[in-house]
Design a protein around this ligand. Structure first.
Ligand SMILES: Nc1ncnc2c1ncn2[C@@H]1O[C@H](COP(=O)(O)OP(=O)(O)OP(=O)(O)O)[C@@H](O)[C@H]1O
Length: 331
């Protein structure tokens, strides 16, 4: 469905995307994740034909992503979706349906169906008076008004409460089950882990990992061993039930802990393995220097940077407005 080859975008002299290649199959949910400034929005906007690549190619089905005809098959949801405040959800959707030449009856049926599914109330209320979650639902409904094959969603759950987030994610899964292809970006890796079929992790414009979450875990994640001892050993922490726990990365280290416990008059009581979450792998990978910065692949945990990223991301304005979303000229 989507083929991206060596896609690049440079803003003036700043390289925002430095050579991405990936493919997305029909009916797949494909996640693009990465910290702030990684190049996710830029990638999505190139896929949606909203910005012109500096180099490389993005194809959607038989079309080049920049082909205006492609937009008839696309539903794009920008990270920030300012809506026309004086319209109501129904009049707003009618307006977009008309832009896409969707027959009135068909448009009304689709709109009401989506509003019902998303449990959108107050369909005749002024958009300017609606909550952020309601507006997001209206923006999602708008992305579906032309019954597109491809949905490109930039942070679909941005700024939503957990309940609405669940709705939106479940709905996204349903759309893929109905055969639509979904490419979406997210900061919240739990969302990615819960619904994506495959993922790319971006950092500083580069794809640094790709695959299904289990594949990424196999390739980049390190299993840790939690060794519980009946006595304190160096670098162990008490766990509250009289035992101590030492976390190590390989079996050799497990044996050292065993030796330390025995020489202190105790023993190893239990050993548990733990697989890293996508979030841990992401933090680990995103904390490494890029290849341009050197070959030291030492691992640096950057939990603080990630926390900042999550709060900044939901507020970040990315400049897409209604007209550009529908199909304004490529910049
Ligand atoms: N129009 C622009 N002009 C100059 N630089 C830009 C422009 N748009 C984006 N950038 C820069 O390109 C880089 C990638 O931006 P992009 O918005 O694609 O990142 P992102 O991964 O979506 O980030 P976020 O998670 O914060 O939304 C950032 O350093 C950003 O500042």
């Amino acid at each position: 469905m989507i083929t991206v080859e060596n896609l690049r975008k440079t803003y003036e002299d700043f390289p925002a995307v430095v050579g991405s290649s990936f493919e997305v199959d029909r009916g797949e949910i494909f996640g693009v994740v990465g910290p702030n400034g990684a190049g996710k929005t830029t990638t999505l906007k190139m896929l949606a034909g909203l910005i012109e690549p500096t180099g490389g190619e993005a194809r959607v089905g038989e079309f080049d992503a920049g082909d205006p005809e492609m937009r008839r098959h696309l539903g794009f949801l920008p990270e920030e979706s300012p809506l026309y405040e004086d319209m109501t959800p129904r009049s707003y959707l009618r307006f977009f349906a008309d832009l896409y030449d969707v027959p009135r009856e068909e448009a009304t049926r689709r709109t009401e169906e989506t509003f019902d599914r998303l449990e959108l109330e107050h369909r005749e209320r002024r958009l300017g008076d609606m909550s952020k979650g309601m507006k997001r639902k209206v923006a999602i409904a708008r992305s579906l008004v032309n019954d597109p094959d491809l949905l490109v969603y930039d942070e679909p759950a941005s700024g939503l409460d957990p309940l609405t987030t669940n709705y939106v994610l479940e709905f996204t899964r349903e759309l893929a089950d109905r055969g639509k292809t979904v490419v979406f970006s997210a900061h919240n890796l739990y969302h990615v882990e819960s619904i994506c079929d495959r993922v790319v992790i971006m950092n500083r414009g580069e794809i640094i990992a790709r695959g299904t979450v289990p594949e990424i875990r196999d390739e980049h994640g390190e299993t840790t061993y939690h060794v519980f001892t009946t006595v304190s050993v160096p670098d162990s922490d008490p766990v509250g039930d009289g035992r101590h726990r030492r976390v190590v990365g390989d079996m050799e280290a497990v044996e050292s802990v065993r030796a330390a416990a025995e020489s202190a008059g105790g023993e190893v009581d239990d050993i548990r393995t733990r697989e890293p979450s996508l979030e841990e792998i992401f933090l680990d990978l995103a904390g490494r220097p890029t290849t341009e910065e050197g070959t030291d692949r030492g691992r640096t945990r950057r939990r603080n940077a990630q926390t900042d990223g999550e709060s900044d991301g939901s507020e970040a304005a990315n400049g897409a407005d209604d007209a550009a979303t529908y199909g304004g000229p490529a910049k």
